[in-house]
Design a protein around this ligand. Structure first.
Ligand SMILES: [Zn+2]
Ligand SMILES: [Zn+2]
Length: 259
């Protein structure tokens, strides 16, 4: 499979990235991509952007040099209730929303049970599209429960190329954990998204390790979001319906709680 999109990249604006939007776009073009997700970190990551930056993502044009840019964020799960570190108004303006656990953020859960609860609660957020690097060994989860919830909430799990870099200090069991959720996901029909998690333009589009892993276990290509422009376009359309449906569900449960 040759992906047409890298759905997880950062620029200098995220606080610990090194390249500009233009540099990432040029790199995406060079890599032969058609779609580039610019997904800046949520405000609670150490040195992260102010929430104003995430509210201003639409200042970035949606199309540059024939590259469709998805203006998004990689938010932080900040508690066991699965809260994300951006208000709903700003979240609603984004075109793609990733969420993950990151060290140094307010998240204080410790056990596998707490992490699983946090991640499953986060997936109920209407705006959440992709759980980024769920393999992170610092935050072990019960993959059976996570995969089941992802399918029922229409959320993608990410195979993060960075997690498969053996020299990444925080992702020692990245490969093992990715394989674990992919094996369960393959049986259940779990949808997958690929991302380089580039923090510099030279890494944009670098997803070969993730692709090799999918090939190794013969993961069904039709479950991979990055596989074609049509799949991405249909995702963008369907996510609006999903958001609407989940917002209605949320409103209904709030009304029930108030009566
Ligand atoms: Zn991350
Ligand atoms: Zn990232």
């Amino acid at each position: 499979m040759k992906p047409v999109a890298d759905l997880h990249t950062h620029t200098v604006a995220c606080g610990h990235g090194f390249s500009t939007v233009r540099e990432n776009v040029l790199a995406a073009k060079k890599a032969g991509l058609l779609v580039l997700g610019i997904t800046e970190h949520g405000p609670t990551i150490p040195g992260g952007p102010h929430h104003y930056l995430l509210g201003a993502m639409l200042q970035i044009p949606s199309q540059v040099d024939n590259i469709r840019i998805l203006r998004g964020a990689e938010l932080n799960i900040v508690d066991i209730q699965g809260q994300l570190d951006l208000d709903e108004r700003r979240m609603s303006r984004l075109e793609i929303v990733l969420a993950a656990f990151h060290p140094g953020t307010p998240y204080r859960g410790k056990s596998q049970e707490e992490n699983t609860m946090a991640i499953c609660n986060a997936m109920e957020n209407p705006y959440l599209d992709i759980l980024a690097h769920p393999d992170n060994p610092e935050y072990p989860v019960d993959f059976k429960k996570v995969v089941k919830k992802a399918i029922s909430e229409d959320v993608y799990l990410e195979v993060n190329n960075n997690s498969l870099n053996t020299n990444h200090p925080g992702r020692k069991n990245g490969r093992k954990n990715c394989l674990e959720f992919l094996k369960i996901g393959k049986k259940e029909g779990l949808k997958i998204a690929l991302g380089s998690d580039a923090h510099i333009s030279f890494s944009v589009g670098k997803m070969q390790k993730a692709i090799s892993l999918l090939e190794e276990i013969n993961y069904p290509e039709e479950l991979v979001l990055n596989r074609s422009l049509e799949t991405i376009e249909s995702f963008l359309e369907k996510r609006l319906q999903r958001i609407k449906k989940k917002l209605q569900r949320k409103n209904r449960s709030q009304t029930q709680n108030n009566t």
